[in-house]
Design a protein around this ligand. Sequence first.
Ligand SMILES: [Zn+2]
Length: 315
Amino acid sequence: MPEVVAFDEIKERRTRRDMPDGHFYNTPFIDHSQEYPHGPNAFMIESSENRILDTHFHDVDQFQIVVGGGGTLGRHVLAPHAVHFSRGFTPYGPLVSGAGAGVSYVTLRARQCPTGGAQRLPAFREKLEKMTGRQPWQVTGVPQFLQPSVDGIAMNVIDGLTDDRGLAGYALSMQAGTRTVSPGMHGGDGQYLVVLKGSLIHAGEEKKGIAIIFTKPQEGPMPIIAGPQGLQGLILNFPRPIDQASLTKSSSQGSPTAAPHDQLWQCELCAFAYDEATGLPEEGIPPGTPWEAVPHDWVCPDCSATKADFSAVEL
Ligand SMILES: [Zn+2]
């Protein structure tokens, strides 16, 4: 049976932590490390305004969904309901909560992170550098909720949220009382449904948003029934985990060379790539800008690493 947890049922678990730069609330939704070895784990963070969570990484793949407020992640603007996916050992940040409402987000993991909290840079940089077989990667998708069609249901793929190991995301809109089934996992590591608005009917009970449902890989697609106000939510499929054994052999150690014909420069920490051919027009760097001409104080859009943390990639 998928695990279904609605905020209303567990709100007494919500705890406040005061920090030098404000405060945040943490509400644990799902945490069953005993029952299902190594996971899953889902929680919601509500941060007060203008707080900075330094660039950091975790040991496991994770989704983070903005459920309220906004802010920035690295150089990217975060708005509801942006979905950030990061592989294990991929630094991202800093995460800055916006003015006013701050930022609220849900973190979803198919497996428990063995080290727990954020491993911040630069303190944990050495850990990344010593690893072999790391495949850092991250992507942010913005779901588009479509008007339900004749059958009262719209399920729309979230652009960009895809990889060759089964990563997938869907924006789901359902009218009251309609039924559907979640998409297949294609060998992935488990599936979350996050009910953002309206409610889900599960085992005869109404589960109002925010509700979080985790389905294990062997459980297959889950039936979804929308409550009396309809349902708006996200379905997120975890990719198959990286086979560490096969990676250590095939991974290149990357011998950075700064030959003048190199056109692709990659962040050694998070794998963001700067392509001289396309530049970064959204940051005012026009196509065709050589690496040397990128401003010295420019930083990685995803993890805020400096230019010195990039190395040339042979095309
Ligand atoms: Zn980076």
